[in-house]
Design a protein around this ligand. Structure first.
Ligand code: ATP
Ligand code: MG
Length: 479
């Protein structure tokens, strides 16, 4: 069930999970505007109080087309709420076909977006330190957006660089010098992680567990071994840029300016990339960042139908914004537009009839989420649950079902790291069931491998009715 979070704002389903909390979708009931809300319980995770402050302070400085925007934050009863631009296109890993990757022209597009965002970050003296496909989101136009500044830090202040020493990041993506125990420069470390993301996009797998001399795959790469997977599926020009990015020596590693001049980066592919399938008319929301008298940026949500910009809406948005935010205050001025496109109610009209399960006719409560890890079952709710239970046992997963229809599934991934994902069974019309899989924790690419394995076995029960990615979530049925 959805719940009203602040007057006029409905809290809908979970978009994702992180180490210290969840990210939920918030929807303005009048305007249809969507905001992602990251929730961090500071009572349960007292040790993150300082780091979350830093994350917010850094993230609030940023205003770039390839970085998720922060609208504001607020702290209430020991819980920190961070309001973020909603990325309806899902996560980058969802576009990576395990062991295959994606079309090189798509990879080039996303890589250009990534480098543009990283260049901007570095120009402000900020390093991200946890670049990986799980932290790269996509908007409705398939633009890549960097998020999760939980590991970010400032490496340049008043024009002076400082060395970093905190060992952080995610092992397969982290640069070798970060693990060396010595001090390291921030910029080359981020560039390295971008290189590993590019390998994942082009080859559908990660090249090594960690870039250390104990890791055979890594040693082989250092010694020019490109005959093995994933290198042998990557064409020469792409390998050439990867060689220069994934250079063990930070000073010799390509800089952003060099990446941007490399032939693979600049080349025009003959074939177009995968066309963007838009889930109907996107929300007509423009975010302008103005500067207030102190030079601080203020977020203005400017929309196509200012008629909705009444005081009530203004107040609602203000309530979401933090009035005591770190540093100088961020002021939010909001106006709204109605998401009028009927495709926004796809699930209502095609699957649920005109009524949602709660019996309400509140159609704007259906949002489109572009996710490939789903299937529609032609079995009813109980049969679907039973079949899934049987398969989870067959494959030897550790799992629990709580509440009914929500499965939390755990196992070790290909690199013996913990992997947890969720499967939600949602009855659509009493006859068919939407089975929605979502990563909770661990490697996104390996999560997709597991999804494909489970889906393969579910095939006899999967509806032949073509299901497009634009199927909306039945928001009031997702726990
Ligand atoms: P971790 O540190 O474990 O990586 P975290 O607690 O810092 O996670 P995020 O990475 O910011 O949390 O978010 C977790 C997940 O929530 C993302 O991987 C993504 O699936 C989803 N998510 C986060 N922000 C948004 C957003 N703005 N729009 C849509 N989904 C989002
Ligand atoms: Mg994350």
């Amino acid at each position: 069930m959805s719940t009203e979070f602040v007057e006029g704002w409905e809290m809908l389903h979970t978009l994702g999970e992180g180490a210290f909390g969840e990210v939920k979708l918030l929807l303005n009931k009048v305007s249809g505007d969507a905001v992602a809300m990251k929730i961090v319980d500071l009572v349960k995770n007292a040790n993150v109080t300082t780091s979350i402050k830093k994350e917010i302070a850094i993230h609030k400085k940023l205003n770039h087309p390839h970085i998720i925007k922060v609208y504001g934050n607020r702290k209430e009863q020991g819980v920190e709420y961070i309001f973020l631009e909603y990325a309806s296109g899902g996560e980058l890993f969802d576009r990576i076909e395990p062991d295959i990757g994606m079309k090189p022209q798509d990879a080039q597009k996303y890589f250009r977006h990534l480098i543009s965002g990283v260049e901007y970050l570095h120009s402000l003296g900020i390093v991200h330190r946890d670049i990986k496909p799980e932290n790269l989101l996509l908007d409705e136009h398939d633009n890549l957006k960097i998020t999760d500044f939980g590991m970010a830090t400032i490496f340049r202040m008043n024009g002076k660089d400082r060395m970093l020493d905190k060992q952080c990041g995610t092992l397969p993506y982290v640069a070798p010098e970060v693990l060396s125990g010595k001090q390291y420069h921030g910029e080359p470390a981020d560039i390295w992680s971008c290189g590993v993301v590019l390998v994942a996009m082009l080859g559908g797998e990660l090249p090594w567990d960690s870039p250390t001399n104990h890791c055979e795959d890594y040693v082989s790469w250092k010694e020019c071994g490109i005959t093995k997977q994933p290198w042998c599926k990557i064409e020469n020009l792409a390998l050439s840029i990867l060689r220069r990015i994934l250079n063990h020596s930070p000073p010799r590693r390509y800089k952003v300016s060099e990446i941007k001049q490399h032939q693979w980066f600049t080349k025009q592919f003959k074939d177009q990339g995968t066309p963007v399938k838009l889930p109907g008319t996107p929300l007509k929301k423009k975010i302008k960042l103005n500067r207030d008298s102190t030079g601080r940026e203020e977020a203005i949500l400017a929309c196509s139908q200012p008629v909705h910009c009444d005081r009530t809406n203004q107040n609602h948005c203000d309530e979401l914004q933090d009035r005591t935010s770190i540093g100088k205050k961020q002021v939010g001025l909001c106006s709204f537009s109605q998401p009028t496109n009927p495709e926004h109610m796809l699930l209502t009209s095609q699957c649920l009839g005109t009524q949602t399960q709660s019996g309400s006719n509140q159609t704007p409560l259906h949002r489109l989420v572009k996710r490939m890890t789903r299937c529609i079952m032609n079995t009813d709710f109980d049969k679907t649950r039973k079949e899934l239970e049987r398969l989870l046992d067959l494959f030897g997963y550790t799992w629990r079902e709580c509440p009914q229809g929500t499965f939390t599934i755990s196992c070790k991934d290909i690199r013996k790291m913990d992997l947890t994902f969720k499967a939600n069974a949602m009855s659509l019309n009493g006859v068919s069931v939407l089975l929605d899989f979502r990563l909770s924790h661990g490697c996104g690419i390996d999560f997709k491998r597991h999804f494909l394995k489970i889906r393969g076995k579910l095939k006899p029960f999967i509806s032949e009715v073509p299901m497009t990615w634009s199927l909306a979530d039945a928001t009031n049925t997702i726990p």
